[in-house]
Design a protein around this ligand. Structure first.
Ligand SMILES: *Cc1c(COP(=O)(O)O)cnc(C)c1O
Length: 395
């Protein structure tokens, strides 16, 4: 798959149906959806409404339906419209963090319900399921979801959510969303996809049968490492979505007006930033794959990656995340992180700056990350500078 031409990266099927009947492509939606000139001032860039409360008309109604900002406010409403349009869903709910969004999904279930998660799901997702919702009464199992027989064995009549995350952390495992959604539906469960790493640009879970999409908007959607946020996007409006809204309205895990504004701003450049992340990650992955100090490069764009075929079919491009294993073991991995100049030693991903992280020491004793593994979020610097930095630092 060539990544040098926009038409290859973003084929026709990324044309979306926005909320209106007209067809707009995703770059246009990113810039336009949820944006309108402010009718009271003519401001082209949206204002930030800090008001917590809204005036009631003499007849008891509210001018734009907003009553109190825990339940809704204008900036969050615009953001939710943009998120729904980008993902091709009917509705979105913006949360204070990705974990708050995930929390709401688990909390919308009933004690005794069963949830199936990938064993390599985002680490805090697994911890939330086990440490918080286990004692609350949720039954949880985790398995390697590329093993569909294992998934089938673990599904039960009480399974209500099959949680999917692809590509996964830290080995960039790729799983088939359509297969997992079909298995989930066969037992009456919902398929929820954490689409944080791929973004709506690279992967369209609803077109593969998913019911709900979760995002940590902290990452690529925000895109500048300066806000924490999350979202759920729904394919159809149903009782479960209504329940999620109740949980958010009563629990109050809402993003601030300023974070909503920053996120709207970040989304506008998302399509063009993703092109850069993908192009740079591919170049870095190719360089590393040929380097003698590297034992393995995990990047779904490389034909040698076990998930490459599914990724090539399921994704529009292969993303900005990769991980590497060093021949010299854990110490060589740690040494590399201190020699590099352009890769900051920090967790998280999706910002303009490249980040590198030793996952095993972040995740602690229960980690399944190999000790010699480093995870890289490839940023928007010039790829040649990144490669020169790696070349200089690898021994
Ligand atoms: C960061 C992340 C989350 C959690 O989101 P927060 O915004 O940090 O709460 C969940 N899933 C994935 C894949 C992530 O990268």
């Amino acid at each position: 798959m060539s990544i040098s031409h926009a038409s290859d990266i973003f084929p026709e099927d990324t044309i979306l149906r926005p909320l209106s009947a007209s067809r707009m492509r995703i770059e246009t939606l990113a810039v336009r959806a949820g944006h309108a000139v402010d009718p009271s001032t003519g401001a082209v860039t949206p204002p930030i409404h800090l008001s917590t409360t809204f005036e009631r008309e003499p007849d008891g109604s509210y001018r734009q339906g907003h009553i109190y900002a825990r339940t809704s406010n204008p900036g969050r409403q615009s953001l939710e419209a943009a998120l729904a349009a980008l993902e091709g869903g009917v509705a979105a709910i913006a949360f204070a963090s990705g974990m708050a969004a995930t929390h709401a999904v688990f909390q919308a279930l009933t004690p005794g319900d069963h949830v199936l998660l990938p064993e390599d799901a985002y680490y805090s997702t697994l911890r939330l399921a086990r440490e918080v919702f286990g004692p609350w009464g949720l039954e949880c199992d985790a398995c390697d979801m590329s093993d569909l027989a294992a998934v089938k064995r673990l599904l039960r009549p009480t399974t209500k959510v099959v949680w999917v995350e692809t590509p996964s952390n830290p080995l960039l495992r790729v799983v088939d969303i359509a297969e997992l959604a079909a298995l989930a539906h066969a037992v009456g469960a919902r398929c929820v996809v954490d689409n944080t790493w791929s973004t709506p640009l690279l992967q369209r879970p609803f077109s593969h049968g998913a019911d709900l999409v979760m995002h940590s908007t902290t990452k690529y959607l925000g895109g500048h490492s300066d806000l924490i946020g999350g979202a759920l996007v729904a394919r159809v409006e149903d009782d479960f979505v209504a329940r999620l809204r109740v949980l958010q309205g009563l629990g109050g895990a809402i993003p601030s007006p300023f974070d909503c504004w920053l996120l709207m701003r970040g989304i506008r450049s998302l399509p063009w930033r993703m092109r850069g992340h993908c192009e740079n990650a591919f170049a870095v992955a190719r360089f590393l794959a040929a380097h003698p100090a590297i034992e393995a490069v995990h990047y779904p764009g490389l034909p040698s990656h076990p998930g490459h075929d599914i990724a090539a079919r399921q994704m529009n491009d292969f993303g900005g995340m990769l991980s590497i294993q060093l021949r010299g073991g854990e110490q060589a991995a740690l040494d590399l992180t201190s020699r590099l100049e352009l890769f900051t030693r920090a967790t998280s991903l999706g910002g303009p700056e490249s980040l590198i992280e030793h996952r095993a020491s972040v995740e602690g004793p229960t980690t399944i990350s190999p000790r010699n593994l480093l995870r890289v979020s490839v940023g928007l610097e010039n790829a040649d500078d990144l490669i020169e930095d790696l070349d200089r630092s690898l021994r």
